[in-house]
Design a protein around this ligand. Structure first.
Ligand SMILES: [Zn+2]
Length: 255
């Protein structure tokens, strides 16, 4: 485990938790036998899901979109929402069956132009998430850094993604994840104008009453051991700041 993460877990007990309702949004990317910061191993993922089930009374797992729509009256004091970005094939193979068995709701964020591309889910596989009761959100068409798009490109990447997914799935698509977690005011407003009502970033923190629903913080999950995962779902990694929170080596598949 990286030293910064280990230090965050140690510091966690000393960090005051919010008094009112607080939603912790966790973000995954890949579930595979790979060794990088964007991947958790299948055995780790199963252990994380097992812990979510074990903690469910204390920290219920909620559907992100529904929680944002109902905020804050419909929230328990503490809740966690699970998101998975990029629609990797290994998440369908190694993640979906575990989630279905455990009845854990998640939102997957899909770059609509990459469906069927190498190592990515097919259109049929994305439909299987809806059939399993999960939520599908938009993640642009091509996983571009939206800040560098002109207005026409922005419209294609954001509204186009929503239309692609709604045509495919036949259900409203109302949640969005910014590729790489990158956004500015223009990108945020374009996401709102395209009809999305919630959007997640990669800045760590609690989602609380009053949080901009189009700038929802998230904690990106790595191949965490049990202690670190417990700290993550209870907001313990929010103390990670600076270059560790937004690192520049994610590549195209990044958050
Ligand atoms: Zn991504």
């Amino acid at each position: 485990m990286r030293p910064a993460v280990r230090a965050a877990v140690r510091a966690w007990a000393r960090v005051p938790h919010p008094r009112g309702p607080g939603l912790m949004v966790l973000g995954y990317h890949r579930v595979a036998e790979r060794d990088d910061d964007m991947t958790v191993r299948p055995s780790t993922f199963a252990a994380h899901v097992g812990r979510l089930v074990a903690y469910r009374r204390e920290v219920p797992v909620v559907d992100l979109d529904r929680a944002i729509r109902n905020q804050p009256d419909g929230w328990p004091r503490r809740a966690v929402a699970i998101t998975i970005d990029d629609a990797w094939m290994d998440v369908h193979t190694n993640g979906l069956p575990v989630l279905v068995d455990a009845k854990i709701p998640v939102t997957i964020y899909v770059p609509s132009g990459l469906l069927g591309a190498r190592d990515h889910m097919t259109s049929t596989q994305v439909c299987e998430w809806i059939d399993a009761g999960m939520t599908v959100g938009g993640h642009s068409r091509s996983h571009a850094d939206l800040r560098s798009c002109n207005d026409a490109e922005l419209e294609r990447e954001i509204r186009g993604c929503r239309e692609d997914l709604e045509d495919l799935l036949g259900v409203p698509v109302t949640s969005f994840a910014y590729p790489f977690g990158h956004l500015d005011r223009r990108v945020r407003d374009a996401v709102a104008a395209a009809g999305f009502t919630s959007a997640v970033s990669t800045r760590r923190g609690w989602t609380r009453p009053g949080t901009d629903p189009l700038r929802i913080p998230r904690c990106i999950v790595e191949d965490f051991d049990a202690v670190t995962f417990r700290a993550a779902i209870k907001g313990g990694l929010n103390v990670l700041r600076g270059p560790d929170a937004v690192r520049g080596r994610f590549g195209r598949s990044g958050p």
